[in-house]
Design a protein around this ligand. Structure first.
Ligand SMILES: CC(C)(COP(=O)(O)OP(=O)(O)OC[C@H]1O[C@@H](n2cnc3c(N)ncnc32)[C@H](O)[C@@H]1OP(=O)(O)O)[C@@H](O)C(=O)NCCC(=O)NCCS
Length: 155
């Protein structure tokens, strides 16, 4: 990963950029989801939404030259909101965010973490030591999305 990328915990000033990162993903890339699901998720993932979820989960961001280029979160023992800006994908930023979150999970005394991954990101979690448990479905803002439940034991 580039030496200039800083991985750090979320700060309130990041809310707008995190919202934009999520919305951009669903606007431009999550083309396997229905139009209605994408529209609902984009409308829900506002700056205010990011502010509210920052209360009940640990959010981590990747910052490059004062711009947020990636994010991820740990809610209980569940990995959520893993997004890396398209331009910066496959440069180890996602894995570094995940490692940071895993360390947070260990510090909380958790022995394992899980993720409900969309199909097209499953390979990323497998590369990072997760094992597939089962196919599943998740509810995101009222839309039911096919997913894969994966788990990783923390050493
Ligand atoms: C999934 C995502 C967060 C990974 O971040 P990233 O910075 O690109 O990942 P890394 O560079 O750390 O990749 C680590 C390894 O996983 C692989 N990988 C990354 N994304 C992958 C994907 N979507 N499918 C399969 N393998 C993937 C990389 O090739 C790399 O393998 P290598 O070590 O053999 O080179 C990022 O691609 C992304 O934001 N995708 C769109 C949003 C998304 O799907 N989020 C997950 C929601 S559950």
């Amino acid at each position: 990963m580039s030496n200039n990328v800083i991985i750090r915990k979320y700060q309130p000033k990041d809310a707008q950029e995190c919202s934009a990162l999520m919305q951009n993903h669903f606007r431009n890339y999550a083309t396997n989801l229905s139009e209605i699901a994408r529209k609902r998720i984009i409308e829900a993932r506002t700056t205010e939404y990011v502010r509210s979820i920052s209360e009940d989960r640990i959010i981590v961001v990747a910052e490059l030259k004062n711009k947020i280029v990636g994010m991820g979160a740990l809610k209980g023992n569940e990995i959520r909101h893993m997004y890396v800006n398209q331009t910066f994908q496959k440069k180890d930023i996602g894995s570094t965010i995940l490692n940071f979150l895993e360390e947070e999970a260990r510090n909380l005394g958790l022995s394992s973490i899980m993720v409900n991954s969309v199909f097209y990101a499953t390979g990323f979690y497998l590369k990072n030591g997760f094992k597939i448990i089962q196919k599943t479905q998740i509810d995101r803002h009222g839309s039911i999305i096919d997913a894969v439940l994966l788990e990783k034991q923390l050493k």
